[in-house]
Ligand binder design. Structure first.
Ligand code: NAD
Length: 341
């Protein structure tokens, strides 16, 4: 039996507006959420968003930092308090959306998200913030964006390496959703389609519409299911060593998948989804687009591997195969060196 035989599918409401040029509906979508005074968190598209939103913008943050550092969260919460913002519009990658979520967690104000990468954060109720080299995450419905505008025109300008790494980040969500303990009939469908569309698109010219559609589906399953060893490793690496999020996913994913595909049930499920050779496919697509292939290249030192392993083992994730020291060491060493066994 490949599909889940028993599950709970908890579908939260979210309005998704998808299509080229849809950023033009930004003000209307704010009206829909009854937002009259917004904090705008945006980097590259800050001026364009400000023009579309006009007087509605009462405060701006143009430099959201990676992994949501807690000092920036405090500064932004002060800004919200002083400006009386009644909502947040985040236009950017996972760093912009992440800061918006920290604001929503602290204040309860709604978020309208316009993602410009394939990170998937805009679809989830998962928040994160980093303090003292530790990334803390949690789930809270208040941080889930109420409306998401996906406009492929905004991701079209991503440099190829950034786009490919971010798209593989999306594949990582879908792949781990396929073996999540809380997978559902719908999450399986969405995950398989996300893997199919993203890997097929990465093998050709990088069509932003197709990649964004896959990233949206991958974001949906990231929200609905519990991630395993892969996400745990990336979370620890990102929080403690400030490694680039998407490239870290791209490097680590083939190694974790190779390990987890050693479980016959997982192998059967991936084969049914047309993804029996996903580790090799991810490796080939990543390196083909110039994405780094080892943690060493990303700047990690070998002396840090034990710390990463111990942090993972301290609170081991749910995973289809055992998360024991020998397995984690093997996966980490492979990811560090870029050598596949
Ligand atoms: P990011 O937002 O830092 O963006 C990566 C880089 O791309 C940045 O330099 C950014 O300026 C640039 N960029 C973004 N959009 C661009 C565009 N359209 N054109 C050109 N350059 C552009 O990184 P990310 O990979 O999008 O997100 C990573 C963060 O999101 C991490 O902190 C991660 O933990 C978080 N995240 C959270 C969730 C969740 O569910 N909570 C899910 C995925 C990722």
């Amino acid at each position: 039996m490949i599909g889940p035989v028993s599950f709970v599918h908890d579908q939260r409401p979210v309005r998704v507006v998808f299509g080229a040029g849809r950023i033009g509906a930004l003000a209307d979508e704010c009206d829909h959420l009854e937002l009259t005074r917004v904090l705008l968190i945006a980097t590259r598209y800050s001026t364009a968003a400000q023009t579309l939103l006009g007087d509605r913008v009462v405060a701006t943050v143009t430099d959201p930092r990676a992994h949501v550092p807690v000092d920036q969260v405090h500064e932004t919460l002060d800004l919200v308090g002083r400006s009386g913002a009644d909502g947040v519009v985040a236009v950017g990658g996972g760093s912009s959306v992440g800061l918006a979520k920290a604001v929503a967690l602290g204040t309860g104000v709604p978020i309208l998200a316009v993602p410009t990468t394939y990170s998937g954060s805009e679809m989830t109720r998962v928040w994160g913030r980093t303090e003292g080299g530790r990334k803390q995450t949690g789930r809270d419905l208040r941080v889930a964006p109420r409306t998401v505008i996906y406009d492929p025109d905004l991701v079209a300008g991503l440099p190829t390496v950034t786009a490919a790494a971010s798209a593989i980040n999306a594949v990582a969500h879908a792949a781990e959703a396929l073996y999540a303990p809380d997978r559902t009939a719908l999450s399986d469908l969405a995950a398989a389609e996300a893997i199919r569309v993203v890997t097929a698109t990465l093998a050709r010219a990088l069509d932003p519409t197709a990649l964004l559609r896959g990233a949206y589906l991958a974001g949906v399953v990231l929200d609905q299911t519990t991630m395993g060893l892969h996400h745990k490793l990336c979370h620890v690496l990102g929080g403690a060593f400030d490694l680039p999020h998407a490239s870290t996913h791209s490097v680590v994913l083939p190694h974790v998948l190779a390990y987890n595909l050693g479980d016959p049930a997982v192998a059967e499920r991936f084969a049914a989804a047309g993804a029996h050779d996903l580790p090799a496919v991810v490796r080939r697509l990543g390196s083909g687009h110039g994405v780094p292939t080892s943690l060493r290249e990303l700047g990690l030192s070998a002396s840090s591997l034990d710390e990463v392993m111990n942090t993972v083992l301290a609170v081991p994730p749910v995973n289809p195969r055992p998360v024991r020291a020998d397995a984690v060491r093997g996966v980490l060493w492979g990811a560090f060196s870029g050598v596949h066994v």
